[in-house]
Design a protein around this ligand. Structure first.
Ligand code: ADP
Ligand code: MG
Length: 744
C-alpha cells in the first residue's frame, strides 16, 4: 500500500504491479491528473514521480524530488532580483544548484583567538574585546579609530566608513575578526571583516570560504544564500559504486558540498574529488549512453556507385589530398557498415573538410538517400551552399531563416518528396515541420558550438541517419575523451597543396602607427584586410564599441575603403557588409569575432588582430586561418598590449612560430590548462563546474571506464545504481541523453 497525492487530493492505492526486486516502479489505474507525488513508506523519503502512458495505465518511476535545487536562486530569502543577477553572473546560472556548484577558491581561517598582548601581526584572528572610546578623524580623508581592550592591552579598529564605527557604543562587548596589523606600536584591525555581539560567536565563520565575487556582491550575501541552498538538498541515493566509495573514502554528495561551503575544518582533497567525479561521471555516462544506443540501433548500408563523386571531383578540378583520401576511407567504411556512423572529422582551418563532407554526402545520394549539412551561422551555411552547388551534380537547396515564403515551401516540398538530394542550412534543418523523404547522412559543421544534447536531437529526422561532425577546433587528445567520447575520430593532418604559409608577426599597440602605415601600403597594392577587434568584455555591446572606435579611426585614414561587421548589426546589414568585402568594394573589414567561424574570402591576405592577447590561442589560430586561402602571400599581425605577462607573451610567440593547429592546442592546453578551452565562452555549452579535465585527468579516465561498465551491466539504467545515476544526470543536466530512453 502506498499513499498517492494527486493534484486534487490524497488517496491510498495498491500498486497494480511491482516490477522487479527492490525496484521502484508501480502501475496505477489510468488517471487524468498530470501531477502527483507519492509517499512510499519503505523508501523513508518523499519521492516524486513522473510517468508516461502505457496501454494499461501509468508507469510510475520514483525519483527524489530535486525541484528545490532546480528552482531559481531568487526563491531564497535575501536574494532579490539585484542580488540574483549578481549571483547569476558569478555562478553562470540562475538555479539554486548553480549556487551550490559555486565552489570557494580558498578559505580564511578565523579560528585563532589570541589576546591583544599575544597577537601576531599579519595574522587573521578573532578578538574578544570591549569598546573603550572613539577617535574621530582630525582631518577629512583620515579614518575613524575605535579603541578597544581585552584587559591585556589596547587595539584600534580602523574604519573608512564612519557609519560602521559610530554603531559601536563604548562599553559593549564584541567579537571582532579581521587581519591584524600595526600602526606604530599599536595593534590595529583595519576595517574588520566581522563585528558581532560577544554572545553570538556562531555568527563568525570559523573557516570562511572565499567564493569568487563580482563588483557589488558581498561574501555575506553568498553565505546567507548558501546556507539555505544546502538545506534544500534532498536525501539522494548514492550513485557511485560502493566499492569505489570505500576505496576512495569519499563523502556523500551533500556532505561534500557542506564541507566546501560551511567548513568546520579545511576540506580534504577527497571532498573536491568526489564532486569532480560526479560531474565527470555524469558526462561520461551521457556520452557512453549515446554511443551504446547508436551502436545498437540498426543503421543502414550506404555504398554508392562513385559516379556522382567522380563528376564532382572533375568539376572541382583537384585531386583529393592523402589526408582526405584517408578520412574518406574511414567514413565510407562506416557508411557501408550496418551500424550507424557517429564520426568526428577534425581538421585545421583550410584542411579541406568541406570537400570531404561533399564526397560523403554524394555517397548518400548515390545510394538513393538524402544528406543535410548544418552550419552554426547563416553566413557559413550560405558559403557551404555556394561551394556545394558549384561542384555537386545533384539538386542542392539552402534552408536558413532568411529563406521564406514560396522559396521555403518549395525547399520543404522538395525534401519531403525526395527531389532535393542535398540541403544546407542552419539548425532550421532539424526543426519541426521539416521532413525528409529519406535522410541518410547528417553533417554538422563546427560542432563545438553545439552540446551533446543537440547532437542527439538532430538524429531524430532520420532514425538511421549517419552523423558526421566537422570541427576545426584542434582538441587535444585528453579532451577528445571528455568532449567527444561517443565519437570515432578522423583527422586531416595535411593541407591541400598550393597554400602559401602565413607570416605571423607581433606588434605592440604603441606601434600601431607603423601598422597602419603598413596597411596603407597593402591597400594600395590592392590587398584585402581583416581587422578583428578584441573581446574586451563578456559583453557584446562593449566589444562592438571597441570595433566601432577602431572603424572610426581607420575610416578617417582610409575613407570608404573600410567596412564593418559585427553581431549587433541587423543580419541583412552584416551580410551586405561581408558581401561588399567579399566583392572587393571595401578592402578593409573591421569585425568582431563574427568572422571567426568561417567567412571565406580567398582574396583576403592580411589578418590584423587587435588586442590579440585577449583571445584564446585556438581562436587566434582559427582567425589566422581566414587568410592564406588563396595563392598570394599572407600575413597575420597580432597587436598586443604593452605590458604583456610572461605567459601571454609565450602564447603569442608559440602562435607566431607554428602553424600546426594540433601542436598549438596541445601546447596551449599545457600552458594554461583546459578550463578555458571547454569554458562556456568557447564551446557555447555548459562548461565544467566542478571538474577540471587537466587537474582531474586520472578521475576522467576512471569515469570513462566506470560509465562503460555501468552501461554494459545495466544498459537501461534500471538497477538501483542505474536509477541513482539518472538523478546524477539530471543534476548535471546530462539528462536529455537518457530521457530518450523512454521514447526509444
Ligand atoms: P576547411 O573547411 O577544412 O576549413 P575548406 O574545405 O574550406 O577547409 O578548404 C579550404 C580550401 O582548400 C578551399 O578553398 C578548398 O577549395 C581548397 N581545397 C580543399 N581540398 C582541396 C584539394 N584536395 N586540392 C586543392 N584544394 C583543395
Ligand atoms: Mg570549414
Amino acid at each position: 500500500m502506498v499513499r498517492v497525492t494527486y493534484s486534487e487530493g490524497v488517496r491510498d492505492a495498491t500498486p497494480r504491479r511491482h516490477v522487479g526486486e527492490g525496484r521502484k516502479y508501480f502501475f496505477f489505474e489510468k488517471k487524468k491528473q498530470k501531477t502527483f507525488a507519492l509517499w512510499c513508506p519503505r523508501q523513508r523519503a518523499k519521492v516524486f514521480g513522473f510517468f508516461f502512458s502505457k496501454k494499461n495505465g501509468f508507469l510510475f518511476l520514483l525519483t527524489p524530488d530535486i525541484t528545490p535545487l532546480m528552482s531559481p536562486m531568487t526563491d531564497l530569502r535575501g536574494v532579490g532580483a539585484a542580488v540574483g543577477a549578481l549571483l547569476a553572473r558569478v555562478t553562470g546560472g540562475t538555479r539554486v544548484l548553480d549556487l551550490l556548484f559555486h565552489v570557494p577558491e580558498s578559505f580564511v581561517d578565523r579560528r585563532a583567538r589570541p589576546t591583544i598582548r599575544g597577537a601576531v601581526r599579519g595574522q587573521v584572528a578573532t578578538l574578544a574585546v570591549e569598546v573603550v572610546r572613539h577617535e574621530a578623524p582630525a582631518r577629512e580623508k583620515q579614518p575613524w579609530r575605535v579603541v578597544v581592550t581585552d584587559g591585556t592591552g589596547f587595539a584600534e579598529l580602523v574604519f573608512f566608513k564612519p557609519q560602521r564605527a559610530q554603531a559601536l557604543v563604548p562599553g559593549t562587548k564584541l567579537l571582532v575578526s579581521g587581519k591584524l596589523e600595526s600602526f606604530g606600536d599599536r595593534l590595529t584591525i583595519p576595517h574588520p571583516d566581522h563585528i558581532v555581539p560577544a554572545g553570538q560567536p556562531e555568527r563568525i565563520p570559523a573557516l570562511e570560504p572565499v567564493w569568487p565575487l563580482t563588483a557589488g556582491l558581498f561574501p555575506s550575501q553568498i553565505r546567507a544564500a548558501m546556507v539555505q541552498a544546502l538545506a534544500l538538498i534532498p536525501s539522494l541515493p548514492e550513485w557511485h559504486d560502493p566499492a569505489l566509495m570505500r576505496r576512495e573514502q569519499w563523502p556523500g554528495f551533500a556532505e561534500a558540498l557542506r564541507a566546501l561551503h560551511t567548513p568546520v575544518d579545511y576540506p580534504a582533497p577527497k571532498h573536491r574529488a568526489r564532486l569532480a567525479y560526479d560531474e565527470l561521471l555524469a558526462h561520461q555516462v551521457a556520452m557512453a549512453w549515446v554511443r551504446h544506443r547508436e551502436k545498437k540501433r540498426p543503421g543502414r548500408s550506404l555504398t554508392g556507385t562513385g559516379v556522382l563523386r567522380a563528376e564532382a571531383l572533375r568539376r572541382f578540378g583537384h585531386e583529393l589530398t592523402r589526408s582526405q583520401v584517408g578520412a574518406l576511407a574511414e567514413i565510407d567504411a562506416d557508411m557501408a557498415g550496418p551500424g550507424r556512423m557517429l564520426r568526428l572529422l577534425q581538421g585545421d582551418v583550410g584542411s579541406g573538410k568541406t570537400l570531404v563532407a561533399a564526397m560523403a554526402m554524394l555517397r548518400a545520394v548515390e545510394s538513393g538517400a538524402q544528406a543535410a549539412l548544418m552550419a552554426p551561422t547563416e553566413t557559413l551555411a550560405r558559403q557551404h551552399y555556394r561551394t556545394l552547388e558549384a561542384i555537386c551534380p545533384v539538386p542542392v537547396a539552402l534552408l536558413v531563416g532568411a529563406v521564406k515564403g514560396a522559396a521555403r515551401r518549395s525547399v520543404l516540398l522538395g525534401l519531403a518528396a525526395g527531389r532535393v538530394g542535398i540541403v544546407v542550412g542552419t539548425h532550421a534543418l532539424f526543426q519541426e515541420g521539416v521532413t525528409y523523404k529519406d535522410l541518410g547522412l547528417a553533417v554538422i559543421d563546427e560542432q563545438h558550438r553545439f552540446g551533446v544534447d543537440q547532437r542527439l536531437s538532430m538524429g531524430g529526422k532520420g532514425a538511421a541517419a549517419d552523423v558526421l561532425v566537422m570541427t576545426a577546433t584542434p582538441i587535444p587528445r585528453t579532451l577528445l575523451l571528455t568532449q567527444w567520447g561517443e565519437m570515432a575520430v578522423s583527422r586531416l593532418l595535411e593541407k591541400p597543396a598550393g597554400r602559401t604559409p602565413i607570416k605571423t608577426t607581433l606588434h605592440s599597440l604603441s606601434q600601431i602607427g607603423e601598422v597602419v602605415e603598413a596597411m596603407a601600403r597593402a591597400l594600395d597594392r590592392g590587398e584585402r584586410i581583416f581587422w578583428v577587434c578584441p573581446m574586451v568584455s563578456e559583453s557584446e555591446v562593449l566589444d562592438v564599441a571597441a570595433a566601432e572606435d577602431r572603424y572610426v579611426t581607420l575610416r578617417r585614414r582610409f575613407g570608404n575603403r573600410v567596412g564593418i561587421a559585427h553581431g549587433q548589426q541587423d543580419s541583412a546589414v552584416r551580410e551586405a557588409s561581408l558581401a561588399a568585402f567579399a566583392r572587393g568594394e571595401t578592402q578593409l573589414l573591421v569585425a568582431t569575432t563574427v568572422i571567426e567561424v568561417g567567412v571565406d574570402v580567398p582574396e583576403a591576405s592580411v589578418m590584423v588582430v587587435d588586442h590579440a592577447d585577449r583571445f584564446g590561442l585556438a581562436q587566434l589560430h582559427q582567425l589566422r586561418g581566414r587568410v592564406g586561402r588563396g595563392a598570394a602571400a599572407s600575413f597575420c599581425l597580432l597587436l598586443h598590449d604593452d605590458g604583456l605577462s610572461e605567459t601571454a607573451r609565450r602564447r603569442l610567440v608559440l602562435l607566431r612560430d607554428t602553424d600546426d593547429g594540433f601542436a598549438i592546442a596541445d601546447e596551449d592546453f599545457r600552458i594554461r590548462g583546459g578550463g578555458d578551452m571547454l569554458g562556456k565562452r568557447q564551446s557555447g555549452q555548459p562548461g565544467w563546474r566542478l571538474a577540471d579535465p587537466v587537474e582531474h585527468e586520472g578521475l576522467l579516465h576512471m569515469a570513462s571506464k566506470d560509465a562503460a561498465v555501468l552501461l554494459q551491466k545495466d544498459p537501461k539504467l534500471e538497477s538501483l545504481r542505474g536509477e541513482a545515476v539518472r538523478v546524477l544526470l539530471r543534476l548535471f543536466e546530462r539528462g536529455a541523453a537518457v530521457r530518450t530512453l523512454h521514447a526509444g
